[in-house]
Design a protein around this ligand. Structure first.
Ligand code: GCO
Ligand code: MN
Ligand code: MN
Length: 393
């Protein structure tokens, strides 16, 4: 029996090949699930109602494969995409698994490593574009340090900028319809990773030659590891037109990167996140893919992996329904209705003028009277909780 929470293509749910294909290896133990053929993963994801699949170059093409092998694999994969109606909206490069990247990729001290990273990324961009990707993610997992004496962080920043400027130039030269999305993470696998939060990335982007084609790919787990509000990071990215992609998952604060099923932790954050992305609060919604960068618990077999994938999508849709009910609730609307003031609003927007400054100076504002008013946020937050727990609407 189908339910209103069953995913459909128009929901734009995507998964990485590396997420549903994760064999459950961790620093303490071996794989618990076999490596699965990417074509099988795509078929199963399509059956579950997903819209698309994302990949690192080496999720599909083994490291060091010959040109013929690559072309054969791509041909088969494209046939599977066509068969299933699945798309590849995002692609990325594996710049972390091979030992050559142990000191970083774009920021490594050895110029040969940096050259190899650019070479690998150009080839992976070609692959992504061939498969239809319009977003290209950069997650610099190895770009960081343990022994800080190894390089000045300013040198690392410059190398990262050089790499981004070069690769933006490459995309333009090839006339690819492709934008970059930078993904921050505070640590793991490095002791400290450069550009540890979405905020750092947003500023870094403003220093790039082609900053207009570069945005961010914030991840729930990563911002939470840094102890920051993920919802705020996403909203601030949207406010400056830089939310190009998003990595949804679940994470407990203060832990290693857990990459749990979306919505399995901190449901209040997940509720506000979905509300923000869906735009039920009134401001524009995010219309890119809803990508899950998470994986099934290590306790699961293949059936558990598909339970995990369906769970991510179902929870998202349940939260979207809750967000819509919340924003349609007259009591909520009354509590968050913006105070409009015909005389004051024009003075507070549109920047400085001498006249505005004069008018502002002349205002009689009774600070004590204004401060006396309670704002009703206790009631508002209780209503949030009641909607979230299904006690209302
Ligand atoms: C992680 C990251 C990665 C990236 C992926 C795509 O912490 O492992 O989130 O999963 O998102 O490599 O760039
Ligand atoms: Mn991620
Ligand atoms: Mn992660």
């Amino acid at each position: 029996m189908s339910s209103r929470f069953d995913p459909v293509k128009s929901d734009k749910f995507t998964f990485g090949l590396w997420t549903v294909g994760n064999p459950g290896r961790d620093p303490f133990g071996e794989a618990v699930r076999p490596v699965v053929d990417p074509n099988h993963l795509v078929r199963k994801l399509a059956e579950c109602g997903a819209y698309g699949v994302n990949l690192h170059d080496n999720d599909l093409i083994p490291f060091g494969a010959s040109a013929q092998e690559r072309d054969r694999i791509v041909r088969d994969f494209k046939a599977t995409l066509k068969d299933t109606g699945m798309v590849v909206p995002m692609a990325t490069t594996n710049l972390f698994s091979h030992p050559i990247f142990k000191d970083g990729a774009f920021t490594a001290n050895d110029p040969k490593v940096r050259a190899f990273a650019l070479q690998k990324t150009m080839a992976a961009i070609d692959l992504g574009v061939e498969l239809g990707a319009t977003i290209y993610v950069f997650w610099g997992g190895r770009e960081g340090s343990e022994a800080d004496a190894c390089r000045d962080v300013r040198t690392a920043c410059k190398r990262m900028r050089d790499a981004m400027d070069f690769l933006c130039g490459y995309v333009k030269d090839q006339r690819y319809d492709l934008r970059f999305a930078l993904e921050a993470k505070p640590n793991e696998p490095r002791g400290d990773i450069y550009f540890p939060t979405t905020g750092h990335m947003l500023h870094f982007i403003s220093t790039l030659q082609h900053s207009e084609m570069v945005g961010v790919n914030p991840e729930v787990a990563h911002e939470t590891m840094a102890g920051l509000s993920f919802v705020h990071a996403v909203a601030e990215s949207m406010a400056v037109g830089k939310l190009f992609h998003i990595d949804l998952n679940g994470q407990k604060i203060g832990r290693y990167d857990q990459d749990l099923r979306f919505g399995s932790e901190d449901q209040k954050m997940a509720f506000f996140l979905v509300r923000l992305l869906e735009g039920t609060g009134g401001l524009p919604r995010y219309d890119g893919p809803r990508h899950f960068d998470a994986h099934a618990y290590r306790t699961e077999d293949e059936a558990g992996v598909w339970d995990f994938a369906r769970g991510c999508m179902r929870t998202y849709k349940i939260l979207a329904a809750r967000a819509a009910a919340f924003d349609a609730d007259p009591e909520v609307r009354a509590l968050i209705a913006e105070t409009k003031d015909q005389a004051l609003d024009p003075l507070l927007t549109g920047g400085y003028t001498v006249d505005k400054a004069r008018a502002l100076r002349g205002l009689q504002l009774d600070a004590t009277a204004i401060a006396r008013r309670g704002l009703g946020y206790e009631r508002l937050d209780q209503l949030t909780i009641e909607h979230l727990l299904g006690a209302r609407g």
